[in-house]
Design a protein around this ligand. Structure first.
Ligand SMILES: *Cc1c(COP(=O)(O)O)cnc(C)c1O
Length: 356
């Protein structure tokens, strides 16, 4: 027995580390990134902006006042609501968990984003899964029974869901918000691709919050996520935030790109159009079952997913293999890439299935 095995909590020993494979030299379609870099013209402006404003000898603004103002303006948030900032929405998930009592319950659908479950384990909480049916819709009756019986403290609902890509039924979500005393977090990591949001519902439910991130729209490197909610809720949660969690570079960069959003909007529109094309072409392949997506990725099921995954790896294309997860047997998930990347991905898959 080595030192760390004796020393560490059993729950941590039991966790499988969140794996991020080395993607050097690969076409990277595994992490829902926007595949387009910033065009040169805007890059010059951005560099000038940073050169003027960066003060690295000083701590960042602990309240990130200018950034919050820019976000509120961009989203159009009423003055009744406020914003909690996180180093990615992952950190927001952790902050919310830290607000709970030990052994409190966190609920989220299964399959969904794995961080809800992992963070619950890190923070001495319990996690329960809300069941989905074979089309990845909430099995609402069972969900309500579970919620009434186990009384979760937090319910995370990704809208659209990752990895399935669908938007859960609106009425089902409202029923859950009403039926529970939990803090309900609608995780809108993909809102720019979905065009649908619960933001208009904030005023109707005191226990509702909306979580978003800049990651999937093209700024994953900045690590900026945020939670929108009623002012009293946010000001209490804000006590748990480490004072300088959003660094100066991220604060300034986010402000710059929110003020110059037209370009990102154009990229987002391109990705949405490419998603439709990719979906159509994938659906034409006989051995593949596709699931409709409101996000910038597509989940699909096939007869021999691990083989196909490895064949793509051999061809220097990296997607996400989910086939070992319960409810996702033989499932793979591909992020929407550039036109060229999507084309290469499709032709490689077609070549693979020519053997069958
Ligand atoms: C990617 C993803 C996140 C994480 O976003 P970050 O802001 O990069 O931490 C959160 N929720 C869902 C559903 C995601 O797919």
């Amino acid at each position: 027995m080595n030192f760390i095995n004796n020393w560490l909590r059993e729950e941590i020993l039991a966790i499988k580390a969140y794996e991020v494979p080395n993607s050097e030299g690969f076409i990277k379609l595994d992490a829902m990134e926007n595949p387009y870099p910033i065009p040169t013209a805007l890059l010059k402006q951005y560099q000038q902006y940073l050169a003027q404003k960066m003060t690295l000898n000083r701590y960042p603004d602990p309240q990130a006042i200018a950034l919050k103002k820019a976000l509120k303006k961009h989203i159009g948030v009423s003055s009744k609501f406020d914003i909690l900032l996180g180093n990615g929405s992952d950190e927001i998930i952790q902050l919310l968990a830290l607000a709970c009592r030990p052994s409190d319950i966190v609920a989220s659908p299964s399959p969904s984003f794995t961080m809800y479950d992992m963070v619950a384990k890190f923070t001495h909480l319990k996690h329960i899964s809300l069941p989905l049916n074979e089309r990845f819709e909430l099995d609402i009756d069972t969900c309500l029974t579970l919620i009434n019986k186990r009384k979760p403290k937090i319910i995370f609902l990704a809208y659209p869901n990752n990895p399935s890509g669908n938007l859960f039924n609106l009425q089902h979500i409202k029923t859950i918000i009403k039926a529970s005393d939990a803090l309900v977090v609608i995780d809108e990591a993909y809102d720019v691709y979905a065009g649908q949001s619960f933001i208009g519902e904030l005023k109707n439910y005191p226990n509702l919050t909306i979580m978003r991130t800049l990651s999937k729209m093209g700024l994953a490197g900045l690590r900026l996520g945020f939670l929108l909610g009623a002012k009293p809720t946010i000001s209490q949660l804000n006590k748990l935030r480490l004072p300088y969690n959003i660094n100066t570079l991220s604060q300034l960069s986010a402000i710059f790109f929110l003020e110059n959003f037209t370009l990102l909007n154009k990229q987002i529109a391109r990705i949405k159009a490419a998603r439709e094309l990719l979906f159509q072409e994938l659906s034409k392949i006989k051995l593949i079952q596709t699931y409709p997506s409101a996000a910038n990725f597509i989940l699909f099921r096939t007869k021999n997913a691990p083989h196909l995954f490895n064949y793509l790896i051999d061809n220097k294309i990296l997607i996400k293999n989910l086939s070992a997860q319960r409810g996702l047997e033989n499932c793979l998930r591909v992020s929407v890439g550039t036109t060229e990347e999507n084309h290469l991905f499709l032709t490689t898959i077609q070549k693979f299935y020519e053997q069958y």
